[in-house]
Design a protein around this ligand. Structure first.
Ligand SMILES: *Cc1c(COP(=O)(O)O)cnc(C)c1O
Length: 358
């Protein structure tokens, strides 16, 4: 596309890039940010890229009070020959609109958003790390900006996209994570907002994460909000089990976030002739399968870590080791294959990896 689709105000002072060897997740941001506004009169309008900067909002801006906000997370990768690639970005804008629908936020034009994102990433392409395992994390989000304390959907919004270079999730090889099965707090309930990427789901999870940390576990495994019996997800990852050589994952039930990595893992396994059983999986079944040796692997899936094996699990005061605390062959294969597709190192028969010419 040669036609200019975006108004761009370029920064005059380029920031210093962070040292890739000490990079922490989400602490550094690129030179620019994307913005677009919504009013009930004009709809979504004025897509633009401006220097990364602070915002000015009234204290009464609705986002501060009632949390009417949604976000997304995806990554741009640099392939070994220098191409810039996005992994299934159209899925992220589709999900953004699903979250918008749940939060009564006006939807965006998904095709236009993808074109804006490509232009924006091209402009800040020097922020995509070249080092192996590193990428540029892309955070689109929408906030409600109308200044009123009225409890009702805002009539004004701002959509922004910010870019943050991120290191390899795995510093020295892939270390399986340990998880704490949360038996008191719940993340989401039927009919709630669990399948939307919205702020409140995450702030409401901190308490459980604190408890997991105090038990020296990395992450929380959430159970269903009604019976606290069925496995839902791990932190901000979907979860898979390999039991008796079959792959199982909790079925999407409205309170589980529909991960794009989850979907890709299922499609990838099925393309290899392996079926994935989507169903209700009780924590008792998982524990029993681990005790009798039929649980071969457990792993989480999400944009940040791609595939994260689970090596240890604490439930009701007991610790269980899974697969001797090691990463299993299915998790390894999935990680290698997905990262290969994302970075352009492997063939992409699915057309998931979109090249951004820059
Ligand atoms: C984002 C997210 C996931 C993973 O989704 P991906 O699209 O694979 O990154 C899973 N669970 C929760 C709660 C999330 O917020």
């Amino acid at each position: 596309m040669t036609q200019k689709i975006l108004e761009v105000v370029q920064t005059t002072i380029l920031k210093e890039k962070p040292d890739p060897s000490t990079l922490e997740f989400g602490k550094h941001f690129s030179d620019h940010m994307f913005m677009m506004d919504y009013t009930s009169e004009e709809g979504w309008h004025q897509p633009r890229v401006v220097p990364y900067q602070s915002l000015t909002l009234e204290p009464a801006a609705m986002v501060f009070h009632y949390g009417q906000t949604v976000f997304e997370g995806l990554k741009a990768y640099r392939s070994s020959n220098g191409d810039i690639r996005l992994f299934r970005p159209e899925e992220n804008f589709k999900r953004l609109n699903q979250s918008c629908d749940r939060l009564s936020i006006p939807k965006v034009n998904e095709e236009a958003m993808l074109e804006y994102l490509k232009e924006f990433v091209k402009l800040d392409k020097d922020w995509i790390p070249k080092e192996k395992g590193m990428s540029l994390y892309i955070r689109p989000f929408i906030i409600s900006t109308e200044a009123t304390l009225d409890v009702s959907p805002s009539r004004a919004y701002t959509l922004m996209i910010i870019l943050s270079p991120v290191g390899s999730f795995y510093k020295g090889g892939i270390d399986p994570v340990s998880i704490f099965v949360e038996n008191e707090y719940t993340r989401a309930a039927p009919g709630g907002t669990g399948n939307a990427k919205t702020a409140g789901n995450y702030s409401g999870a901190y308490k459980a994460q604190e408890r997991a940390s105090s038990h020296k576990k990395d992450q929380v495994l959430w159970l269903d909000g009604v019976e606290k019996k069925y496995v839902e997800e791990v932190g901000s990852m979907n979860v898979f089990f390999k039991i008796n050589d079959e792959i199982h994952t909790p079925a999407l039930n409205g309170s589980i976030l529909e991960g794009i990595t989850r979907k890709s893992v299922i499609e990838l396994l099925e393309s290899e002739g392996m079926s994935v059983c989507e169903r209700s999986i009780s924590i008792d079944e998982v524990i029993a399968a681990n005790e009798n040796g039929s649980l071969q692997e457990m792993f989480g899936t999400g944009t940040a870590a791609v595939i994260s094996p689970v090596g240890r699990l604490e439930y009701k005061g007991r610790d269980y080791e899974i697969n001797n605390g090691k990463m299993g062959e299915t998790a390894s294969w999935l990680h290698e294959t997905l990262v290969g597709i994302q970075t352009g190192a492997l063939d992409d028969p699915f057309g998931w990896s979109i090249e951004v010419n820059g």
